[in-house]
Design a protein around this ligand. Structure first.
Ligand code: NCD
Length: 337
């Protein structure tokens, strides 16, 4: 069993089902999870502490991990890789991770560059969870997305799922698609501007998974809106779009490697908004999901619509992360075999 949770490609469908079962029993109160003191494999017999290290903004991922730890009876500490950390004194990310892993029992790492969390895992002496690495992956978000889909549809196979937005850089989508490809005959409708299409490496075709691409959201909804089980919207990942010159400038100005960036005002290409005229085009049973934060993709007037499940999705995130952490600290592994 893997020590770190870096990618959903590590996960098998059987493990997903057991994690969902455990999440259900946490929600129903059947599984009592307070006063978590590590025993068993860890035999530390003390309160567990999770370290959260990040160089990018985060609301849900950070808070849900923190709250999950509190609800389990553990604690968490946060290190922002900014001017308040020794990164500002020229300390490397390597030394930072080596240091934090001396204090905590597991690490949650979010980094603005793809592949960096994996590098952290190579250095860390404790298990590392990838909480988003640039335009790479975000496995725990995919787990809560898959859980939300499963709860809504009662299954994860034979689904019609539309995923719209910046498919090139949305790491939540990259991670989710692998999980969906563990199940039979899912039809994935990908909607994105031409220059934000899903990279081939994430187009998993196992178990009969099929993909259709549409450049236009209105047209796509007109064609298949009524057959959808799930509509998953994503925001434009503005901060990922930098020209080569911007990248050079970015690195030359930077005193130390791997700090967060600030390219939020660069607007790229056209983008998608779910307007009221689209609402009738979507099946009445179709759940509308979004990993959040949202920009203009879904207006808050849609929030009262029974199909709007994105805040339920947020809540599920806390429970799924509780299940993951409980597994890790009590059983010594993120997911059951
Ligand atoms: C996502 C992320 O950070 O990748 N947010 C999240 O964790 N819920 C989505 C995004 O930033 O657009």
């Amino acid at each position: 069993m893997f020590m770190h949770l870096l990618s959903t490609t590590q996960i098998k469908s059987k493990q997903l089902q057991s994690l969902f079962k455990m999440t259900d029993s946490i929600i129903s109160g059947e599984l009592i999870v307070d006063n978590l003191v590590i025993k068993g494999n860890y035999s530390l017999n003390r309160k567990v502490i999770l370290g959260i290290v990040k160089d990018e903004g985060s609301t849900r991922t950070r808070l849900s991990f923190e709250v999950a730890m509190k609800r389990l009876g553990g604690e968490s500490v946060l290190l922002e890789l900014d001017n308040n950390s020794s990164i500002s004194k020229g300390e490397t990310l390597e030394d930072t991770i080596k240091t934090v892993s001396q204090y905590v029992d597991a690490l949650v790492v979010r980094h603005s560059r793809k592949g960096m969390v994996e590098k952290c895992a190579e250095i860390s002496s404790v298990p590392v969870i990838n909480a988003g690495d640039g335009d790479g992956e975000h496995p725990t978000q995919a787990l809560l997305d898959a859980y939300t889909i499963y709860k809504h549809c009662g299954k994860l196979d034979n689904l019609n799922i539309m995923i719209a937005g910046d498919l090139k850089c949305s790491r939540t989508v990259h991670s989710l698609l692998h999980l969906l490809s563990l199940y039979e005959n899912n039809l994935i409708h990908l909607v994105s501007p031409e220059d934000m299409q899903l990279p081939e490496e994430y187009k998993k075709k196992d178990n009969g998974t099929k993909y259709i691409w549409y450049p236009d959201l209105n047209q796509a909804l007109e064609h298949v809106g009524k057959s959808l089980n799930i509509l998953y919207m994503t925001r434009l990942q503005k901060e990922r779009y930098m020209s080569e010159d911007e990248v050079k400038e970015f690195w030359s100005k930077r005193k130390t490697p791997y700090l967060g960036d600030d390219f939020r005002n660069k607007v790229v290409g056209e983008y998608y908004t779910l307007s009221p005229s689209n609402w009738n085009q979507i099946d009445h049973d179709c759940a509308v999901l979004h990993p959040l934060p949202r920009n203009n993709e879904i207006s808050s007037t849609f929030d009262k619509d029974p199909r709007a499940l994105y805040f339920q999705q947020v809540k599920n995130g806390m429970y799924v992360r509780m299940a993951l952490l409980w597994n890790l600290f009590v059983r010594g592994k993120f997911l059951p075999d």
